[in-house]
Design a protein around this ligand. Structure first.
Ligand SMILES: [Zn+2]
Length: 421
C-alpha cells in the first residue's frame, strides 16, 4: 500500500515534468519562430541602395562608426540595432554633399556603450526617412572581438562582424556568454629603474608612481576587476617590446589605462594635478576624476594654462616645431616621415595604446624605437595620464606623501562611477 502511493506520487511528478518541458519547448519554439519571422519581415523591407561603413572603432567601452550612402534627400538618419522584434535607435550626425556621410559621434569614447548590450545578436542597419538600408564593409577590419568588463567574475564576449541575410549585408553585434577570463584595467607606474623621472632631493618620481600604482591595483581588485601593471617593481621597462609599457594594454585587451606621473617644471612655479586625455574624447571621465580629487584630497587643479581644455583637464598634441623636428629626424635617419599633425596626441602612452583612434604610429620605421604591434588596431584603450602633482613643489609633494589613500580612493571611485561597476 505504502509502496503504491510512492509510485503514484513519482508518476505524478514525472507527468508534471513532461508538461513543463512541453510548455517551455513550445514557448521557445514560438519565440524562435516569431523572431525568425520578424527578421525575415525586416529584411523584406530593406532597400536595394547600399550604405557603407568606412570606419568602425572601439575605444574603451564604446563602439563608434562612420560611413556613407549615395543619397541626399535626408530628413532623419539613424543606426538601428534590431533584436527580438525590437529596435534601438542611435541618432547619427550627418553631412550632405554629393552623397551623405554619417557618424555616431565626434568623440572617440562615445557611440554605442557595449557594456549595456544583452545576450543575443543585434542586427545593425541604417534607417533613413523611415526606410531601412543595408550596411556594407569598406574597412580593413573583418571581425573585432570585445570582452566586456568583469562583473561578478563574469564577462561577455562580443563579436562585431559583417554578415549576409537574404542577400543583404548588415553589421552584426553578437553578444555571447563567455567563460574566458578577461582583463579590465592597465595601471602604468611612470618611469622606473635607471629612469627615475623627476625628483626633489631624495624623492624620486619613479618611486611614488610605483607606490601609487600598487595601491590602486589593490583597490581596483577589491571591485573584482582584473588589473595588469606595466611594472610592479623598481625596474626600467621597454616601451614597445613584447611586454612593453604601450603594448601590454592592447595585448591584454584592457578597456582603460591609467598612467601615473609626477610633474616637474623648473621655469614656472606650477603646482597641482593635471589629467591628460586623448584628443577628440569627451570630458566625462576626466570631469568625474576632477570632482573626486577635489572632494577627497588636498591637491588642487594645476595653475598651468598650457594645453588646458578645462579646469584640471589637458590635451597634449604636437606643436608646430615638434612636427618639424619629427620630419627632420625622419629625413636624417632615412625613413618616411610619420603622418602626424597638430591633432596627433603627443604623449606616447595615450597615443600608442589607442590604435587608429588616437593616431598611434610607431610602426617600426624608426629602428631606434621598434614597433608597436597594435598601432593599426581598431580596438584600443581609453587612456588617461595623471600628473598627480608637482614633485618640485614642496606643498604638492607633502600632499602626495600624506594623501595617498585619499588620492587612490578618488581614482578608484571615478573608475567605478564612470564604468558603472
Ligand atoms: Zn613622468
Amino acid at each position: 500500500m505504502k509502496k503504491n502511493t510512492k509510485k503514484k506520487k513519482k508518476n505524478k511528478h514525472f507527468h508534471l515534468l513532461i508538461l513543463i518541458i512541453i510548455i517551455l519547448g513550445s514557448l521557445f519554439l514560438y519565440k524562435y519562430t516569431e523572431n525568425h519571422l520578424a527578421v525575415k519581415k525586416l529584411f523584406n523591407k530593406i532597400e536595394n541602395l547600399e550604405g557603407y561603413i568606412t570606419k568602425y572603432t572601439i575605444y574603451g567601452t564604446h563602439l563608434n562608426i562612420e560611413g556613407k550612402i549615395n543619397l541626399t534627400d535626408i530628413d532623419n538618419i539613424d543606426l538601428i540595432l534590431f533584436k527580438n522584434n525590437k529596435e534601438q535607435t542611435f541618432k547619427l550626425d550627418y553631412k550632405v554633399k554629393d552623397n551623405t556621410t554619417f557618424k555616431l559621434s565626434d568623440d572617440i569614447n562615445d557611440g554605442i556603450d557595449l557594456e549595456k548590450l544583452k545576450i543575443g545578436e543585434y542586427i545593425a542597419l541604417l534607417k533613413i526617412n523611415n526606410k531601412y538600408y543595408p550596411l556594407y564593409n569598406t574597412t580593413n577590419y573583418e571581425n573585432t572581438d570585445y570582452c566586456t568588463l568583469t562583473k561578478n567574475n563574469h564577462n561577455n564576449q562580443i563579436e562585431i562582424s559583417f554578415k549576409n541575410k537574404y542577400e543583404k549585408q548588415y553589421l552584426s553585434i553578437n553578444v555571447k556568454n563567455s567563460t574566458q577570463k578577461c582583463y579590465d584595467i592597465t595601471i602604468d607606474a611612470g618611469h622606473g629603474g635607471i629612469d627615475t623621472g623627476a625628483s626633489n632631493n631624495d624623492d624620486l618620481e619613479s618611486i611614488y608612481t610605483l607606490e601609487y600604482a600598487k595601491a590602486l591595483k589593490k583597490s581596483l581588485e577589491a571591485l573584482n576587476l582584473n588589473v595588469i601593471m606595466t611594472r610592479d617593481d623598481d625596474i626600467s621597462i621597454d616601451s614597445y617590446g613584447n611586454d612593453g609599457r604601450a603594448v601590454l594594454p592592447n595585448k591584454y585587451k584592457t578597456k582603460m589605462t591609467i598612467s601615473l606621473h609626477l610633474n616637474s617644471n623648473v621655469v614656472n612655479s606650477f603646482s597641482g594635478y593635471e589629467i591628460y586625455k586623448a584628443n577628440k574624447t569627451n570630458n566625462n571621465f576626466a570631469r568625474v576624476l576632477k570632482t573626486n580629487i577635489d572632494k577627497l584630497t588636498n591637491m588642487k587643479a594645476s595653475n598651468n594654462q598650457h594645453m588646458k581644455v578645462a579646469d584640471g583637464i589637458y590635451v597634449r598634441t604636437y606643436k608646430e616645431d615638434e612636427i618639424k623636428d619629427s620630419i627632420n629626424v625622419a629625413l636624417n635617419n632615412n625613413f618616411a616621415p610619420y603622418a602626424i599633425d597638430s591633432n596627433t596626441n603627443y604623449l606616447y602612452m595615450i597615443r600608442e595604446t589607442g590604435g587608429i583612434m588616437t593616431g598611434a604610429y610607431i610602426d617600426g620605421r624608426d629602428q631606434r624605437y621598434g614597433k608597436n604591434p597594435y598601432f593599426n588596431n581598431n580596438i584600443g584603450n581609453e587612456t588617461y595620464l595623471i600628473e598627480l602633482g608637482y614633485i618640485i613643489n614642496n606643498n604638492d609633494l607633502s600632499i602626495i606623501k600624506n594623501d595617498k589613500e585619499k588620492y587612490i580612493e578618488a581614482i578608484k571611485k571615478s573608475i567605478k562611477e564612470y564604468l558603472n561597476i
